[in-house]
Design a protein around this ligand. Structure first.
Ligand SMILES: Cc1cc2nc3c(=O)[nH]c(=O)nc-3n(C[C@H](O)[C@H](O)[C@H](O)COP(=O)(O)OP(=O)(O)OC[C@H]3O[C@@H](n4cnc5c(N)ncnc54)[C@H](O)[C@@H]3O)c2cc1C
Length: 347
């Protein structure tokens, strides 16, 4: 009997399976090979501050060092780069933002003023700019390399998980001839079709991103104004992202492309070309915190989801907490506990 079946190899399933393998557990990850998932189109940005007041992100002082160490350990095992610390060159869109930043410079270790006139030829920065100390997770390296690693271990099944074939027993589950002590759903926005966890309130939102080329422009920094530009290769950038809560399908739209290009034109002073356009759904809960834990009636079923806009920073530490609950019965941080939604569950 396996210890765990995990459904989904986005950033959630990747990090949880990593911690379970580190704990020597016998696992199988079932994932359909879809290119248009949030984890596969995201830029992997880790940003320590958010909002107009540059507030430090939730639990960042614990989350960031843990994430950095975890991605470094994965890089060493997978023989691929997974993580790059980067300056986020933040261009102020207004004098108010500039003032808010200056009010924070002495209290936040993550932000610092820009003294020299950097990128003057390329960027419009009439209200000045600041440096925020961030990072990117190289998802385009990490996810396929980790998938190959799972396959080499015999821990990957590339397939669509079929709920009709799942059988619940007293202390385990079975699925198409496989038995496991537990099954953990890490299925991102597909949780909407999960009959066991559909009581968790989700506010899925669609995000779109462009890939662009800026001839002659080379930088290792992320560039931010109303949009983010993330370097992918010399002259090539990821440009994102948009938000939509009401959407008929998951296809890229002309309207959001126009919104992104409009934001870009507020920042860039030089020509560019669009080379790609992608869209995917972010799995966000209504209280914007991840959700982890076991089903109220069937403890052989678990869920790990709700990473919203911050999968890359949250997943390493929060998946580790979940592995500690699963293996050592150590309670989860209350903010991510599924129990906060049990009042919505009907047997
Ligand atoms: C445009 C955009 C930009 C973003 N930028 C960033 C960023 O810069 N930084 C950041 O931290 N976050 C970013 N995010 C958010 C981040 O992508 C998400 O938080 C994260 O990817 C969610 O990961 P997940 O594993 O929960 O879900 P997903 O990425 O959706 O993965 C779920 C996996 O489960 C599989 N699956 C689902 N159902 C089944 C089934 N029945 N059978 C088999 N497999 C199944 C899917 O195929 C998929 O592989 C961005 C999101 C978008 C859309």
């Amino acid at each position: 009997m396996k210890d765990y079946l995990l459904i989904g190899q986005g950033i959630a399933g990747t990090l949880l399976s990593w911690h379970l393998l580190q704990a020597q557990k016998d696992i199988l990850v079932i994932d359909e090979a879809r290119p248009d998932t949030a984890s596969r189109i995201a830029a992997g940005i880790i940003n320590p501050v958010s909002g107009r007041r540059f507030e430090t992100a939730w639990e960042y002082d614990r989350i960031y060092p843990f994430a950095k160490d975890t991605y470094a350990a994965m890089a060493a095992l997978l023989h691929t780069d997974t993580f790059v610390e980067r300056d986020i060159f933040t261009v102020f869109p207004s004098a108010q933002m500039q003032a808010a930043f200056h009010a924070k410079t002495n209290t936040s270790p993550y932000i610092q003023p820009v003294v020299e006139n950097r990128y003057a030829h390329y960027l419009q920065q009439e209200h000045g700019a600041a440096i925020v100390k961030g990072a990117t997770v190289l998802l385009q390296n990490l996810l396929p390399a980790y998938r190959r690693y799972l396959a080499q271990l015999g821990c990957l099944q590339e397939a669509v998980f079929d709920f009709a074939a799942l059988e619940l027993h007293d202390n385990h589950v079975s699925y198409k001839g496989l038995a496991a002590k537990r099954i953990i759903f890490c299925e991102g926005p597909a949780i909407a079709r999960n009959p066991f966890f559909n009581f968790i309130p989700f506010l899925p939102n669609k995000g779109e991103a462009l890939h662009i080329k800026i001839p002659g422009f080379f930088t290792e920094s992320i560039l931010k104004k109303s949009i983010m530009l993330v370097p992918q290769a010399p002259e090539h950038f990821w440009l994102g992202s948009t938000f939509a809560w009401d959407f008929p399908d998951t296809a890229p739209t002309a309207a959001k492309r126009a919104e992104l290009e409009n934001g870009l034109q507020q920042l860039l002073s030089v020509p560019y070309t669009v080379t790609g356009h992608k869209a995917a759904i972010r799995p966000s809960t209504t209280d914007r915190r991840p959700v982890a834990g076991l089903h109220p009636q069937y403890p052989q079923l678990g869920v790990w989801n709700g990473l919203g806009t911050k999968g890359c920073s949250l997943a390493p530490l929060m998946a580790w907490h979940f592995s500690q609950l699963l293996e050592n019965d150590i309670p989860l941080p209350p903010e991510i506990e599924i129990k906060r939604f049990f009042n919505r569950w009907k047997a």
